[in-house]
Design a protein around this ligand. Structure first.
Ligand code: NCD
Length: 307
């Protein structure tokens, strides 16, 4: 299904993603040429779940395009705490803003919002489901760091069950030829069955699953680390048991390829030792900058604005 906004990364064709990445490169080269393009436009950020990067990157992306921003960052400060539905909140916000970015703990909430308004709604993360703009960030980072998207061995490590960024990344990367996935997780946090059947098996994408990072690190072109998603666990004991399953250290990187890249959507808890940060292969802070730029390109696309 194609929506007016961006609810699922599968809504975007490879060509549309390529065009956005070209625009993003042009923004980096000529930021001044973009600084007024969204003058008079207003973004509403409706965040019902905690966020640092995602919300601030959406907001700074709109400000860097000359637009303005309204919104809330805690459900408790919004009318949802009085019992308002997502549909009603979206209808109200539509009277004030030109575009919405929504993060919500319930899967499908941004889609419900989109079905009730005519302005574009961007899914900024819905429960353990999807996170399409993090994926645009990841794709743009892979393009900039590695130079191409095809024929890559991508290792996804950590909480592959609840990690929505991994679900969207697998969907997006499986469109490029020659891509292979290695999923590294504890038994309890394996990649969900729906991602396996609807994406990997449906498209005949080669993948393997393992519990050992050390066994496979030498094969990887990209290592996508993720945090164990504490907020989606039902009990604290399970979280504590699984939290430290993988900790990437300089020692483990000795057997990795010299041109492998380490990505992480952040926040990091302790799955990457800070000693790794100074390794040239650590791309996760560069990834943050890319996230703002590609969101600028997305706003321009969804609002139909060209340079
Ligand atoms: C991710 C998310 O919210 O899913 N963070 C982000 O948007 N950069 C990953 C996470 O919270 O672990």
């Amino acid at each position: 299904m194609k929506t007016r906004g961006l609810i699922d990364i599968a809504e975007l064709s490879t060509e549309e993603i390529d065009v956005m990445m070209d625009v993003a490169e042009d923004i980096i080269a000529h930021p001044q040429a973009y600084s007024e393009l969204c003058k008079g436009k207003k973004l509403a950020t409706l965040f019902y779940e905690p966020s640092t990067r995602t919300r601030l990157s959406f907001e700074s992306a709109m400000l860097d395009l000359g637009g303005s921003v309204i919104g809330f960052s805690e459900a408790s400060s919004a009318s949802v705490s009085k019992g308002e539905s997502v549909a009603d909140t979206a209808r109200v916000i539509e009277c004030y803003a030109d575009i919405i970015a929504m993060r919500h703990p319930k899967e499908g909430a941004p889609l419900v919002a989109q079905m009730n308004v005519d302005i574009p709604v961007i899914n900024a993360g819905d429960g353990g489901h999807n996170h399409p703009t993090q994926t645009l960030t990841d794709l743009f980072t892979i393009k900039r760091e590695i130079g191409h998207m095809d024929h890559l061995v991508i290792g996804c490590c950590g909480d592959l069950k609840f990690g929505r960024t991994v679900h969207s990344l697998v969907t997006a990367m499986s469109r490029y030829p020659g891509v292979k996935f290695i999923f590294i997780s504890p038994e309890e946090l394996r990649i969900p069955e729906h991602v396996r059947s609807e994406v990997l098996d449906a498209k005949n994408i080669p993948y393997m699953e393992t519990t050992s990072l050390e066994d496979v690190i030498g094969e990887l072109d990209i290592l996508y680390m993720t945090r164990v998603q504490k907020e989606r666990f039902f009990n604290e004991a399970d979280y504590l048991r699984l939290r430290d399953s993988y900790i990437l250290t300089p020692e483990k990187l000795i057997s990795a390829k010299k041109d492998m890249r380490i990505l992480h959507p952040l926040p990091r808890v302790n799955e990457i030792s800070v000693a790794v940060d100074s390794d040239d292969r650590a791309a996760y802070f560069r990834q943050v900058t890319n996230g703002k730029i590609i969101r600028m390109a997305l706003f321009l696309k969804l609002l139909g604005i060209t340079k």
